[in-house]
Design a protein around this ligand. Sequence first.
Ligand SMILES: NC(=O)c1ccc[n+]([C@@H]2O[C@H](COP(=O)([O-])OP(=O)(O)OC[C@H]3O[C@@H](n4cnc5c(N)ncnc54)[C@H](OP(=O)(O)O)[C@@H]3O)[C@@H](O)[C@H]2O)c1
Length: 253
Amino acid sequence: MNDVAFITGATSGFGRAAAHRFAEAGWSLVLSGRRGDRLAALKAKLSEKVAVHTVVLDVRDDQAVAKAVAELPDAFKRVRTLVNNAGLALAPQPAQKVELKDWHTMIDTNVTGLVNVTHALLPTLIDIGQGATIINVGSIAGQWPYPGSHVYGASKSFVKQFSYNLRCDLLGTGVRVTDLAPGIAETEFTLVRTGGDQTASDNLYRSTTALTAEDIAEQMFYIATLPAHINFNRLEVMPTRQAWSAFAIDRDD
Ligand SMILES: NC(=O)c1ccc[n+]([C@@H]2O[C@H](COP(=O)([O-])OP(=O)(O)OC[C@H]3O[C@@H](n4cnc5c(N)ncnc54)[C@H](OP(=O)(O)O)[C@@H]3O)[C@@H](O)[C@H]2O)c1
């Protein structure tokens, strides 16, 4: 039976690129996201190469997540790699100007959604044991503070610490856990963050060389196919043209 990857947020960006990358290597795929039309298009394309099962799924809905996992067709039940990728940033303005509902949406998606999917698939992954992999998509924002990151960065810190803590509990099961933490990457991420502002998105990626979705998909595939005795705890990936900046100082003049 083929290896199975379960990818959340497969309708765009890293998740969609990961679907293509794993398909290239012959993996069977469970692809999820909220946009059914995009899932159908992806399935039509990738089914030429590999077995694909799609689920229209909002990761925030724990019942729907549990049902989707319980109802996986037999050929897709033995999930070997979970790519917990679905996530978003909203409200790039300062914390004091953000609407509370945007903070809730980020927590519900990046934190609650990620634990919903993890909880539903842990028994399967533990049953697979050696070589099973959970790739949690964190962010450099989970490690480094920057203005406007507020709850987004904090939610990705959760992803990092949850990944480390899972490793402690999963010791002896063979299941690996990685916090994959990308830097700036050109996807629909900034369009979502700015509420559909194409100019803001274009400006962010202007005149530089950001990571591509395919760059991150390649890292996902690499992590999932490492020899079974190797676990990358955290992989932080920036484009060469991104680095940290000076501390900000509030001055009188
Ligand atoms: N791009 C970057 O610079 C960057 C850097 C570091 C980390 N990240 C992280 O990488 C991950 C993927 O982001 P991306 O850059 O590929 O952005 P993207 O192109 O906007 O893709 C985000 C994906 O998440 C899915 N998603 C969002 N909310 C969801 C929900 N409630 N339920 C199910 N799926 C949901 C979206 O699908 P639907 O809308 O169809 O549901 C979409 O497929 C996110 O966790 C993000 O925080 C991105």
